[in-house]
Design a binder for this molecule. Structure first.
Ligand code: PLP
Length: 395
């Protein structure tokens, strides 16, 4: 048999994939499955973005681009940071990649040495801990409990930083909780970070535009501009413009770090796709009303879906201000139903009994919960809720 590297062997197959494989197997048997496991907008990419890509193909923009992205896209990104975030960057501070996922991967490879620790607040996006391990570093999970809105506190952060801590990854609005850090919370976190100048910060703002909180969206650097020389802002067009398959993400930060990340990318994928980059220029520079329309639709679904889930006995669905996931506690259901030991059992049971596929919370470091995506039509969500309710109340 082939001997796989220790680096890769330590990565467990994700629970997300296990559940979606179970769902696919049932579908192949002809079962009608409602799938709430996905992580992408159900909307189509806006027409003017598609047109720009078609035009780019016609114009022959089909070759390698510079590793860090086309000058047009880098300018569009600089313009976006100015317009949306009140942040100023030079072209040397921007790197375009194949999705925000690659931006983060570049960062971890460029920054981390063996024995370094990465603070990952839980509930976390599934990829952060495994990416840290693939970079030969250690994830240090810091749990933000329901009593703190699933966010970490400044005090918790202060207590967990040690001599090995090299990086803190923040994600707001959060996948999976949809929770958002306020300016004050960021300020308090910044005060702790001021005492630890060796700690670098990655701010994953990918859900920035899928946000309906009362206060304007705030990224860490708005609250703590003094952290600019050790903060990398990560964002992309996947979620805001329904462009997941185009694979365009970007990072902005200190020039020396961007240069190192560019080196990593130069030896792995070279550049992001040229046609996709042209499409991203149209997305960032074009009319922005499509972004607001999609956000309003997500908000409407959120309001329906979280209330309907809360109405099911044993389910507690916290409020949230963004992204497109409900992340309720199902602990009451797990406790009430004899054969179920945990959220992984529950996800399997809901798939069998209700024909609904979800993702167990333990995949995100939050046992007892399920993640249910609401990037789906209202009819679809109503069907899902009635199936879940029926399975639980008749069990
Ligand atoms: N960050 C978070 C929190 C995400 O949920 C995702 C996608 O699911 C990404 C980053 C990566 O997005 P992409 O690589 O499509 O830009």
């Amino acid at each position: 048999s082939i001997q796989i590297s220790g680096r890769v062997e330590q990565i467990k197959p994700s629970a997300t994939i296990t559940v979606s494989m179970q769902a696919m197997a049932l579908q192949a048997e002809g079962r009608d499955i409602v799938s709430l496991g996905f992580g992408e907008p159900d909307f189509d990419t806006p027409e003017h973005v598609k047109e720009a890509a078609i035009q780019a193909i016609r114009d022959g923009q089909t070759k390698y681009t510079p590793v860090d992205g086309t000058p047009e896209l880098k300018q569009a990104i600089i313009g976006k940071f100015r317009r949306d975030n009140d942040l100023d960057y030079e072209p040397g501070q921007i790197l375009v990649s194949n999705g925000a996922k690659q931006s983060l991967f570049n960062l971890l490879l460029a920054l981390l040495d063996p024995d370094d620790e990465v603070i990952v607040p839980a509930p976390y996006w599934v990829s952060y801990p495994d990416m840290a391990k693939l970079a030969d570093a250690q994830p240090a999970i810091l749990t933000g409990g329901p009593e703190h809105d699933y966010k970490i506190t400044a005090r918790q952060l202060g207590n967990s930083i040690n001599d090995h801590t090299r990086l803190l990854i923040l994600n707001s609005p959060s996948n999976p909780t949809g929770k958002v850090y306020s300016r004050d919370e960021y300020r308090e976190i910044g005060d702790v970070l001021a005492e630890h100048p060796k700690v670098f910060i990655a701010c994953d703002d990918i859900y920035e535009h899928i946000y309906w909180g009362e206060a304007p969206f705030c990224t860490l650097l708005n609250a703590c501009p003094e952290l600019a020389d050790r903060t990398l802002v990560v964002n992309g067009v996947s979620k805001a413009y329904a462009m997941t398959g185009w694979r365009i993400g970007y990072a902005a930060g200190p020039e020396a770090l961007i240069r190192a990340m560019r080196k990593v990318q130069g030896q792995s994928t070279s550049c992001a796709g040229s046609v996709s980059q042209a499409a991203a220029v149209a997305a960032l520079n074009g009319p922005q009303d499509c972004v607001a329309e999609m956000r309003d639709a997500f908000r409407e679904r959120y309001e329906y879906f979280s209330a309907a889930l809360n109405d099911i006995p044993g389910v507690e669905c916290p409020s949230c201000d963004g992204a497109f996931y409900a992340f309720p506690s199902f602990q009451g259901v797990i406790d009430a139903l004899e054969p179920l030991r945990d959220d992984v059992d529950l996800a399997g049971w809901l798939l069998e009994e209700a024909g609904v596929s979800t993702v167990p919370g333990s995949a995100f470091g939050a046992p007892g919960h399920l993640r249910l995506s609401y990037a789906a039509s209202m009819d679809y969500l109503e069907d899902a809720v009635s199936r879940i309710r029926k399975a639980i109340v008749t069990a």
